[in-house]
Design a binder for this molecule. Structure first.
Ligand code: ADP
Length: 270
């Protein structure tokens, strides 16, 4: 903070330089804070799962136990291994996503076809949970973007909708082409999100309630990745939710220039 420059009110290059310098310092500080938070949260999560595994194994080995006790210990360790592995998968995805950022290959993507494919993929999962999954995709819609990142974003939203919706609930996905935007909505009749948690759910590692998320192997990284993908596409994501009633995630995407819509399909080409 001490390195901030006093900004002269001269309206010349010197003023611009001082303002730019101060803004850069601010950005560096935010980046360092985020990194510290990220590594801190990561160490905490990993050390929690590893401590549980070590303690469970240590107790099981401390004296002769019944088969039943060994089985219980092994199953606890196996659950924690899975949680650790899920955490590492998500971390790799974050690392990859951050790297990909520099090389996003903007191509025309048939977003309507992409959403339809992801919906088909989740139909079986929803059916198994006794949920009703329906989608409303009105017309063929194209945008500029990165196919695999967009698919990941849509997958995260649908995965959460099925994860946080109880049996016999329903999930509705709609893709609407508006005047200046494409609007993707993923609605569920699930457990919902308390108002005070709403501003935090896009933060890395944030989970509303660890007890309700842990069974599903959740890491609190999904929505942070989704938000990153959305912002990389110069789009926005918002959420509207009522606890006990359900949640709606809305993604606004600027519409592709009409001329691009006539080019080859990125989906078909890949
Ligand atoms: P996670 O891996 O825990 O699902 P996310 O970043 O995807 O991480 O989501 C963060 C938190 O937001 C979740 O732990 C969950 O509590 C809440 N959440 C996300 N999507 C939904 C939803 N559709 N309904 C209710 N809660 C949700």
């Amino acid at each position: 903070l001490e390195r901030r420059l006093p900004v002269p009110d001269t309206g010349d290059e010197l003023q611009v330089l001082a303002e730019t310098w101060n803004e850069l310092l601010g950005r560096i500080e935010t980046a360092v804070e985020r990194l510290t938070q990220f590594t801190g949260d990561l160490s905490h999560d990993l050390s929690t799962t590893i401590t549980i595994m070590l303690t469970t194994a240590g107790l099981a080995l401390s004296r002769e136990r019944s088969n039943e006790e060994y089985r219980t210990a092994l199953s606890t360790i196996s659950v924690e291994c899975e949680a650790t592995s899920q955490l590492l998968d998500d971390l790799l995805a974050v690392a990859r996503a951050d790297m990909v950022h520099k090389n996003i290959e903007w191509k025309p993507v048939d977003i309507s076809e992409l959403v339809r494919q992801v919906c088909h993929h989740f139909e079986a999962k929803a059916r198994l949970k006794g949920q009703l999954l329906t989608f409303n995709i009105t017309e063929e819609t194209w945008m500029l973007g990165d196919l695999s990142l967009l698919r990941r974003m849509v997958t995260i939203l649908l995965d959460n909708a099925t994860k946080y919706t109880p049996e016999s609930g329903s999930i509705l996905i709609s893709l609407i082409k508006e005047h200046e935007n494409i609007q993707l909505e993923v609605s569920d009749t699930g457990i919902g999100i308390p108002a005070d948690a709403l501003p935090k759910i896009f933060d890395r590692f944030y989970r509303v309630d660890e007890s309700r998320s842990q069974d599903e192997g959740s890491s609190g990284l999904g929505l942070s990745i989704a938000k990153w993908v959305v912002e990389a596409h110069r789009s926005t994501i918002s959420v509207d939710s009522t606890p006990g009633k359900g949640s709606t995630f809305t993604v606004f995407i600027p519409l592709v220039e009409p001329i691009l819509a006539t080019e080859t399909s990125y989906l078909a080409a890949s």
